[in-house]
Design a protein around this ligand. Structure first.
Ligand code: SAM
Ligand code: FES
Length: 346
């Protein structure tokens, strides 16, 4: 199996069958070998730098009803909130002082925020902080809306494809949502000129290894700038409340594979990874990840943006999270840097 990792290391590509074989035959020794190679590649492109993104979860209203998600429309136990422009800008002010040079505006699909409102918020942030990147993560929108946000200054867009397998997609989402439209959004974002991020949950219900292989092939084909993967974690008020969470072990293995497939990609060690294991984010970095996304949302709303149970850092101030992460990253010999953290050329 090590020969497959070597092939991935040199060629950045494996066939469907090879990927399947590699994932299904993974073990501790193989993982260690993969992580060593992934770190080599990551250090070649990014040294020991870890980029940080300040996550601003500005609304937990959502018109969608994804079966896995704690803020889905049908969850009547969710305590809904919205941040206004002033509150969002306050988050950016705090974040800028803490060294953040990327702000990620994330939320449910909330039609309260008309396109003009989003565009206005983006352009205000960009005017105030021209040295910062603005990332949007607000779901599926029309080509025209994406274009308007881009023209107002948005640099990046995160839209996880969730799964590249059509049958699997239909088991995670109600029938009004389709993989076709999700993919089309990603192609549109790319065409418009965004730095694009896709991704999926590891261990989501009904995910077979075949689905993961399709995910990897889809990602290779799309060649996004960013790939966000994290374990699925059940939320008590969703149809998947009783499903099993994804594992640390498989998530790390896939981070390693993705690092070798797309050597210069931006790969976050996600909050979900930090939720299923106390050292999850550190282990993510050691498996090839190079980004962390601490929370900049006001403390009073953090507990309300619960996508899954037991989410970490919901009681902390932004400054506490920043220091905590810095210590964690330094403890493994890496460093948090003050930078926009763009993708380096290959
Ligand atoms: N509404 C936007 C969208 O659809 O892209 C952004 C917000 S959405 C909550 C962000 C991501 O959270 C999703 O793409 C999904 O992968 C992840 N997520 C949702 N529920 C989750 C769960 N139970 N466990 C782990 N990740 C989850
Ligand atoms: Fe919309 Fe989760 S269902 S953000």
């Amino acid at each position: 199996m090590k020969d497959l990792i070597d092939k991935l290391y040199y060629e950045h590509n494996l066939s469907r069958d090879e990927l399947l074989l590699l994932i299904e035959n993974r073990n501790k020794g193989l993982s260690d070998y993969l992580f060593e190679k992934a770190r080599q590649v990551r250090i070649q492109y990014y040294g020991h730098d870890v980029y940080m993104r300040g996550l601003i979860e500005f609304t937990n209203y959502c018109k969608n009803d994804c079966y896995y998600c704690g803020i889905r429309r049908s969850n009547s136990n969710a305590d809904r909130y919205r941040l206004d422009k002033k509150q969002i800008l306050n988050c950016c002010d705090t974040g800028y002082d803490l060294g953040f040079r990327t702000f990620v505006l994330q939320g449910g699909e909330d039609n309260y925020y008309k396109d003009e409102i989003i565009a206005d918020i983006v352009s205000t942030i960009k005017a105030k902080y021209p040295d910062c990147a603005v990332t949007l993560s607000i779901g599926e929108k029309s080509y025209e809306s994406y274009k308007m946000f881009f023209d107002s200054g948005a640099d990046r867009y995160l839209l996880r494809h969730e799964t590249a397998n059509y049958i699997h997609y239909s088991k995670l989402h109600p029938s009004n949502l389709s993989l076709e439209s999700r993919k089309q959004c990603l192609y549109n974002l790319k065409e418009i000129g965004y730095q694009v991020g896709c991704g999926f949950m590891v261990g989501s219900p009904y995910q077979a290894t075949d689905c993961i292989v399709e995910d990897l092939l889809f990602i290779k084909n799309l060649t996004p700038h960013m790939i966000g993967i994290g374990p699925f974690i059940p939320h008590k008020d969703t149809p998947f409340a009783d499903k099993t969470a994804g594992t640390l072990e498989l998530t790390l293995f896939l981070i390693g594979i993705i690092r070798l497939m797309l050597p210069n990609a931006l790969i976050p060690a996600t909050t979900a990874l930090g939720t299923i294991h106390p050292k999850g984010r550190e282990l993510g970095i050691l498996s090839g990840a190079n980004v962390v996304m601490p929370n900049l949302s006001p403390t009073e709303v953090r507990e309300k943006y619960l996508l899954y149970d037991n989410k970490i850092c919901t009681g902390d101030e932004a400054a506490e999270c920043r220091i905590c992460l810095q210590n964690r990253i330094e403890s493994i010999g890496y460093k948090l840097v003050v930078s926009r953290g763009d993708c380096v050329p290959i």
